[in-house]
Design a protein around this ligand. Structure first.
Ligand SMILES: *Cc1c(COP(=O)(O)O)cnc(C)c1O
Length: 232
């Protein structure tokens, strides 16, 4: 099933790129493998997938240790500062930076490892109480304040749009995130030129691509429904 699901997702990604007049190479599919076993990841690898997303530090560490082939692991979930120390050398990007304490801890831990962390700022575009992320109107000042950190490379913005049956209703948030990126870039903050937009999940990735997504994060559409009791 994973192979067929990936073919279906790939077709929809390339169709969305065509509609938007974008090159397929501008969009990277992150296969969100949280709660799923390594055997599922291996099936996706057989279809050529090398980029995976997880939302728990322990799960990334376990899967990273078990799979020896070089993969790109993206930390896409809420991150507690006390877990950052496990990430240098394991993750290639952190999508969920939304507070100064976390940014400072990433600076500390990646500097210790003589590495620079590629990070995205998580923005709560719809203002949902249940979601993490900074408010859009705080984003410029937040980026300014953490732009001085030498071991963070601020690559762009990430958002999790509301859960909905109607993907069109999320277009406004994806468009808003792209415009926010452009506004921050126009602010000419020293060392900050963002090129990355992580937006769109199983329910709405095509609309996100039409609005400029460079990463889409697709879990259910590839691996099927999740069963959270699989995870300790
Ligand atoms: C779980 C998760 C996804 C994938 O969600 P699906 O609806 O299963 O595609 C994407 N982004 C984040 C941050 C997630 O936690």
């Amino acid at each position: 099933m994973i192979k067929e699901n990936l073919e279906f997702v790939e077709k929809r990604i390339s169709d969305a790129c065509k509609r938007a007049g974008r090159d397929r190479s501008e969009v990277t599919l992150i296969a969100v493998s949280k709660t799923k076993p390594v055997s599922d990841i291996r099936q996706a690898m057989e279809s050529g997938i090398r980029v995976f997303g997880e939302n728990k530090v322990q799960e990334i560490r376990d899967k990273h240790a078990e799979i020896t082939e070089p993969l790109e692991w993206h930390m896409i979930g809420h991150l507690q500062a006390n877990k950052v120390k496990y990430l240098p050398g394991i993750v290639c990007m952190i999508h969920s930076v939304d507070n100064e304490k976390l940014a400072l801890e990433i600076e500390k831990q990646f500097s210790k490892a003589s590495l620079v962390a590629d990070v995205l700022i998580e923005v709560n575009m719809a203002g949902e109480d249940t979601k993490f992320g900074i408010r859009p109107d705080e984003a410029l000042d937040f980026v300014k304040s953490i732009s001085v950190l030498k071991h963070l490379n601020i690559r762009g913005l990430m958002t999790i749009a509301p859960y909905t049956d109607d993907p069109e209703s999320n277009r406004v948030y994806f468009k808003g995130l792209r415009e926010l990126k452009d506004r921050i870039n126009a602010g000419n903050i020293d060392g900050v030129q963002m090129d990355t937009l992580s937006m769109g999940m199983t329910g709405d990735y095509e609309v996100a691509i039409e609005e400029g997504a460079t990463f889409v994060r697709v879990g259910t559409g590839i691996f099927g429904e999740r069963n959270y009791s699989n995870i300790k």
